[in-house]
Design a protein around this ligand. Structure first.
Ligand SMILES: *Cc1c(COP(=O)(O)O)cnc(C)c1O
Length: 402
């Protein structure tokens, strides 16, 4: 068997929608992107959503909408993908990384609380693998530290405390205490990249909770300006007969979504509930096979939360880096592609160059050293799921014994 890690789940429905977009005469940002934005907002329980060309762009544009930049500090987890942190560098703010908890992939919330200073503007929790963070704890921390917050513009003033901007790249479709991710943090940024649960090949969406005294339409418009050259009229509006004139209100960015890719999303939207269900089934099968062996896995479903089931992150207690590598090679020999989520940011050259040192992140290192991610996607057949669980059990057993 040959089992890829995370192939896109594309059917004739997506192909049909894309073909329709291509035939329609309008291929860049237009009616399909706007329709996807409406559907994403409805799905997340928000008034508005903005679709851009990646989660990274959504994160960066959100920081810019918030007016975060030089002199500000932004906190995120050491245990994440670079995009959670790189956007902080893009806007010129100071990046602060927090270690994970001892027994979890979430940030150590005591350390998060201690890291908040008078310069902190935003914290970026990461809903890893599709499991929502402890937002009760996060919001209680930013409330408690309210007095330290110094707003420097009207939007920051309206929020009145450190802003919670979720890296929800994995978590589209997850819920927490009955509420969809997208309407929990102040701002949430989803990824629709090819390997994610829900895809537009490349793409992402930003959503936010309505803020008292802030007009959702004005915020939406600000995202449009920032992501489309600061141009006062988008290309579609300019096609109105005679409506050639426009202004450039800022020398800004270019990261809009196209209707060709939005078309993929519109077809995925119709299938997405079923895709989430299928992920839940697969996780149930993996859990049943692997948990009894002492392999630690993420808690994807509980009374309090329903994950989007994005990654099947496992942890084999006690194994060394070399053993972890051996297991991944043996899985590859059995035709199964595995991965590691994540090599902590302080181990990466870019972040070392910024002065981060993995010695200061012992829990993140511990987690990384014996983590292996199994294939989890909706192209897997039951037979393949059984095969992966069987092979993994067999291979890992040798290492658990010693
Ligand atoms: C994929 C990913 C991103 C970036 O998403 P893009 O759409 O590729 O920009 C950000 N954070 C995490 C945790 C991711 O896995």
């Amino acid at each position: 068997m040959k089992i890829p890690f995370s192939p896109p789940d594309i059917t004739e429905a997506e192909i049909e929608e894309v073909a329709e977009a291509l035939r329609s005469g309008w291929i860049t940002t237009g009616p399909k992107t706007k329709e996807l934005e409406r559907e994403v907002a409805a799905f997340c329980g928000t008034n508005r959503a903005v679709c851009l060309n990646s989660q990274t762009a959504c994160g960066e544009m959100t920081l810019r909408v918030l007016g975060v930049g030089e002199g500000d500090e932004v906190i995120t987890s050491a245990y994440t993908y670079t995009a959670s942190a790189s956007v902080v560098c893009h806007v010129g703010a100071k990046l602060v990384l927090v270690d994970t908890q001892k027994d979890s992939l979430e940030m150590d919330y005591d350390k998060l609380e201690a890291a908040i200073t008078e310069k902190t503007k935003v914290i970026i929790p990461v809903d890893l693998g599709g499991v929502p963070c402890d937002y009760d704890r996060i919001f209680s921390i930013v409330e408690k530290k309210k007095a330290l917050f110094h707003p420097t513009n009207e939007l920051q003033k309206a929020i009145g405390r450190v802003i919670v901007m979720a890296d929800a790249a994995h978590a589209f479709g997850a819920t927490w205490k009955g509420r969809p991710v997208g309407s929990i943090a102040d701002f949430s940024n989803f990824s629709f990249h090819a390997v994610k649960n829900f895809t537009t090949a490349e793409g992402g969406a930003a959503t936010w909770r309505s803020i008292e005294g802030v007009d959702d339409e004005a915020l939406y418009h600000q995202y449009q300006l920032l992501s489309l050259h600061g141009q006062s009229k988008d290309a579609l509006a300019k096609t109105q007969l005679g409506a050639w004139e426009y202004d450039i209100v800022g020398p800004w960015y270019k990261c809009n979504m196209t209707d060709v890719t939005a078309a993929i999303g519109l077809a995925q939207m119709k299938r997405y509930k079923g895709l989430l269900e299928r992920r839940k089934e697969i996780i149930g099968k993996y859990d049943a096979a692997l948990k009894p062996l002492g392999i630690e896995v993420l808690d994807h479903y509980s009374e309090k939360h329903q994950s989007s089931g994005h990654l099947y992150i496992t942890r084999i207690p006690g194994i060394t880096l070399e053993q972890r590598h051996e297991i991944i090679v043996k899985m590859a020999e059995a035709g199964i592609a595995c991965n590691v989520h994540y090599k902590p940011l302080p181990m990466m050259t870019a972040y070392k160059n910024l002065g981060f040192d993995i010695q200061d992140y012992p829990n993140a290192y511990e987690r990384f050293a014996n983590e292996i991610t199994l294939p989890l996607h909706t192209k897997l057949t039951d037979e393949e799921v059984d095969y992966v669980a069987e092979q993994y059990s067999k291979i890992v057993k040798e290492y658990l014994a010693c």
